[in-house]
Design a protein around this ligand. Structure first.
Ligand code: ATP
Ligand code: PYR
Ligand code: K
Ligand code: MG
Length: 580
């Protein structure tokens, strides 16, 4: 696969091209979104002078030569990665599945973050389990700087530490081998240094509800013990399945093969979590991912807190990673703005073989309830160390895409791995390939048209979106345009997983950043007037002038016009426009 930059011309002005694009083009395969163009100089100046910079790019994808003119003019409110991708791959080539990357020491420099953004990162995740607040602040500011100065639109997510009874410290910095029949003491006692065959639990009440004869399963099966004696809060345990003890290992307990429900009455949000939430509010992040949610109430509490405390509407995602959350799933999904299937900790709490069906069930409920859903953990675990994925990992990613998850997430692969960008490229390529393959199957029936709206106007909006997607698919239109203030119609369209991409025009920056997580939605930040027709013609003209839509393209347009003085009726419509 070869890519050659043919020619490039910049209009006069004090704009500086700071990097030659060829370097990115060569090593990042067929993603011409990875153009690597970046400009010094401030955004306002560029907008004011409507600077035009065009590059002619010739791409040789599997023997098929395509020539494209890539416009880097001012801003259409379309992020530069989507714009580049649209130019080269066309409407059908846009990836629908969104990508979330955990930022850690391996990718926290400005340069690495830029490469991740170019590689298709839609959302950057910061795990508050690690690093200092200063470190996180620095990363958030770098991402915002890249967005502002280089035309990216990467959203920021803060993932809380949460208060799970988790860590069992065995006193060693690395893993410890556990021999069959060896006897170990699990204690909540705090002591300096190490004692042989002794592990410290992080919480005094860790053994509550655990009885003699129960099984302790470490990290979902790394090793297993049977409880032979209970002395106060401490447990004497015999290893019945030899294996490993990793530092910070987690455990679940089972009785007669069934999980023992443990009710530690720990708050979902600890004091430290609340401080991290305040930090996220101050830094104006876009999402909070709430760890170890057990009940809808903790989601509601946080949402209430945010509505009083944050001027910016920050979305709250609930992480499903406990047995209890599965019992309260529907309520939690209803209360949240989105869900993360946190398979890492979930695999400690439930038998591993249940994860695939649980994942599919969660995705189905999320789609029914119209909430975006992220599939997380171990998607490309082997790539933390190796430059290629296992075939099983590629199959796992493909299955999550086929199940129509909104987003896929990298954890250690990007945070600490040696091949973070490559792992991102694997996610990108695998999901794009699976999307185009499964587009041929009509999966709309899977939705069973679960009715969401309670009031008539809500039902009308929902029906319009359902019908619009059916029409768009049947007509084979190139794109769907929707004009939306809060992103509701865009998400209702996305819920139906249409064949064409959904371009969501909004004048609200927060809506734009929130839509980054929704399947198939390309959010654009534009000025919207009360005049629906003028909004439509303005955006079509802009896209045409930038060569993003062409003569002969067919676009399905959904507009939702609130009543005004001149038009006292609310009007929702579907139009089909042929570009001339
Ligand atoms: N900011 C960071 N600083 C240092 N290491 C990090 C950071 N973020 C992630 N890591 C490392 O990457 C690994 C995987 O990251 P991740 O945060 O996704 O862990 P996780 O255990 O899956 O998440 P959670 O703690 O929410 O269950 C962690 O074990 C940690 O070693
Ligand atoms: C992502 C996360 O928290 C987990 O998988 O446990
Ligand atoms: K976390
Ligand atoms: Mg977790």
């Amino acid at each position: 696969m070869a890519m050659v930059l043919k020619s490039m011309a910049a209009s006069p002005g004090n704009l500086t091209l700071v990097r030659q694009p060829t370097h990115h083009l060569v090593d990042l395969s067929n993603r011409v979104s990875n153009l690597g163009f970046s400009f010094k100089g401030d955004e306002k100046w560029k907008r004011k002078h409507r600077v035009k910079v065009r590059a002619i790019v010739e791409v040789d994808v599997e023997g098929l030569k395509r020539r494209s003119s890539v416009s880097l003019e001012g801003t259409l409110g379309l992020d530069m990665v989507s714009e580049g991708e649209l130019m080269v791959k066309g409407f059908r080539g846009l990836r629908k599945t969104k990508l979330v990357c955990t930022v850690g020491p391996a990718c926290s420099s400005l340069e690495d973050l830029e490469k991740m953004a170019l590689g298709g990162m839609n959302v950057a995740r910061l795990n508050m389990c690690h690093g200092t607040r200063e470190w996180h602040r620095d990363v958030i500011r770098k991402i915002k700087k890249l967005n502002e100065e280089q035309g990216f639109a990467v959203s920021v997510m803060i993932d809380t530490e949460g208060s799970q009874i988790h860590v069992v410290d065995h006193g060693e910095p690395s893993s410890v081998k556990v021999e069959e029949d060896s006897i170990w003491l699990f204690t909540a006692e705090r002591f300096e240094g190490t004692r042989p065959l002794t592990v410290q639990a992080s919480y005094p009440g860790f053994s509550e509800g655990i009885e003699v004869g129960d099984e302790l399963v470490i990290d979902g099966g790394m090793s297993s013990f049977v409880v032979i004696e209970k002395i106060g809060n401490d447990l004497n345990c015999k290893c019945i399945d030899a294996g490993l003890f990793l530092p910070g290992a987690k455990f679940s307990s089972r009785r007669d093969g069934k999980l023992v429900k443990r009710n530690y009455k720990l708050p979902t949000l600890s004091t430290k979590d609340w401080a991290d939430i305040n930090f996220g509010i101050a830094e104006e992040v876009d999402f909070f991912a709430l760890s170890f949610v057990n009940h809808a109430d903790s989601v509601k509490d946080l949402k209430n807190y945010l509505s009083g405390k944050s001027t910016k509407p920050i979305k709250v995602l609930a992480k499903i990673e406990s047995l209890e959350s599965l019992h309260n799933l529907e309520e939690i999904v209803k209360a949240s703005d989105g869900i993360m299937v946190a398979r890492g900790d979930l695999g400690v709490e439930i038998p591993l073989e249940q994860i695939p069906t649980v994942q599919e069930g969660i995705i189905r409920i999320c789609r029914q309830q119209n909430k975006p859903v992220i599939v997380a953990s171990q998607l490309l675990e082997s790539m933390v160390e190796y430059p290629t994925p296992t075939r099983a990992e590629v199959a796992d990613i493909s299955e999550a895409v086929r199940q129509y998850a909104d987003a896929l997430m990298l954890s250690g692969e990007s945070a600490i791995g040696s091949f973070g960008q490559k792992a991102l490229a694997v996610l990108d390529m695998t999901s794009s390939r699976m999307e185009s393959w499964s587009r041929k199957e009509n999966r709309q029936s899977l939705l069973n048209h679960h009715k969401l709206g309670a009031s008539l106007p809500e039902c009308i909006t929902e029906q319009i979106c359902n019908c619009a997607v059916e029409m768009a698919n049947n007509l084979g239109v190139d794109a769907i345009f929707v004009y939306t203030k809060h992103g509701h119609m865009a998400s209702l369209l996305s819920r139906n997983r249409p064949d064409p991409p959904i371009f969501a025009f909004t004048d609200d920056e927060n809506t734009r950043m929130a839509l980054n997580l929704q399947w198939g939605v390309v959010p654009l930040l534009v000025d919207l007037s009360d005049e629906a027709e003028s909004n439509i013609s303005k955006s079509v003209d802009l896209m045409k002038s930038k060569g993003l839509i062409n003569k002969g393209d067919v676009v399905l347009v959904i507009s939702d016009v609130a009543p005004t003085r001149t038009t006292p009726m609310a009007l929702q419509s579907i139009q089909v426009k042929s570009i001339i």
